[in-house]
Design a protein around this ligand. Sequence first.
Ligand code: ADP
Ligand code: ASP
Ligand code: MG
Length: 403
Amino acid sequence: MVKKVLKFGGTSVGTSERIQHVAKIIKKERSLGNKIIAIVSAMAGQTNELLRLSKEISEEFNKRELDVLLSSGEQVTCALLAGCLINSNVKAKSWLNWQIPILTVGEHSNARIINIHIEKINKYLNEDGVAIIPGFQGISKNGDITSLGRGGSDATAVAVAKIFNADICEIYTDVDGVFSTDPNKIPVAKKIDKISYDEMLELSSLGAKVIQSSAVQTAMMYDIPLEVKSTFTERKGTKIFSQENIDYTKSVTGVAYSKDDAKITIIGVEDKPGVAANIFEPLSKAQINVDMVIQNISSDQKTTDITFTVKRDEVSKTKKILKGNNEIIYKEIIENDKVAKVSIVGAGMVSTPGVTYRMFRALSDEDINILAISTSEIKLSVIIEEENILKAIKKLHTIFDLD
Ligand code: ADP
Ligand code: ASP
Ligand code: MG
């Protein structure tokens, strides 16, 4: 007997037929004698639709009420799946986040699970029931409903796996596993059989939405074995675990991309100590996440240009803060929000010289200009014009032997 957490994403529960199919997967697991906690997302497209409705009321929709609204998507799929299992003679019951409760801290739309009460659900599992829990949500210490950020059902699954001491957490989705790059964009992408937490964390933070990065981070912290697999095929998925268990034959494991970046350049800033701190401190206080930063060498020893990237939807807030900042003197601010970030990730990079220049050469062969660069031990990211993104991913995928 194994205790398993099974998470089903939006496409997997996107129609009543698919929910019936998910019920069959759970029934099979039960017939093997496993204890099952299922985490469900809202039906595909539902969270976007609820967001759209809130924007029809107001672009600045109240954050508390937005979480009440968005959490309803998962309530629907919980009930449909539990009802479906009961009809198939499988003992099952759904719980809403506040009935458990799932306790969170942090802001609305970006909360984090800190605890889950386990007694009721453990008792139910011991009575051979399947527990169905909504992903993506919880309640704050004031009793308000919170949500965990987009893709947050993965975070719920990993937190549940940890707190219930599950043997494994399986993420069921609409692709066969984690691929060398998005298989829906690059059809020659290959499925990866095993990947380390570190690499998966880089890939998902850099745009591979197959699993949410905070979920990977929690799994890594508590050494929770993860498997990403398809709801629709029986093919073997991708196992995610710690690095010692993996042999690296390739320098690069995967290519990730994101199209939600923007580049801001402050031209003619005074070149003296403290200026960078004066620019970035107010941004960080306003919760704006600055990614890459480049400061040009000052040609006249008096002024310089500082370029940095932020998420595209934070450009206007960033500019407003910069313009209202009396601590800095500059000539002008320019922005480019038609940029994208392409990254190569691989634990094998540490022991392979020349990866950096091969990436730059490959992009230059395709006439792609690099606008900013950032590196870590196991990743290399560049900002390029958005129109070049597909060309760049294809080229990098090929030259690093991933096709
Ligand atoms: P779910 O609704 O099941 O949570 P998501 O849409 O959040 O599914 O994530 C699955 C999607 O992630 C796939 O359909 C695929 O297009 C995308 N994706 C991006 N990068 C990768 C990658 N490296 N490997 C697999 N899928 C990826
Ligand atoms: N339904 C939420 C979303 O679309 C959470 C999830 O699917 O993981 O972001
Ligand atoms: Mg997802």
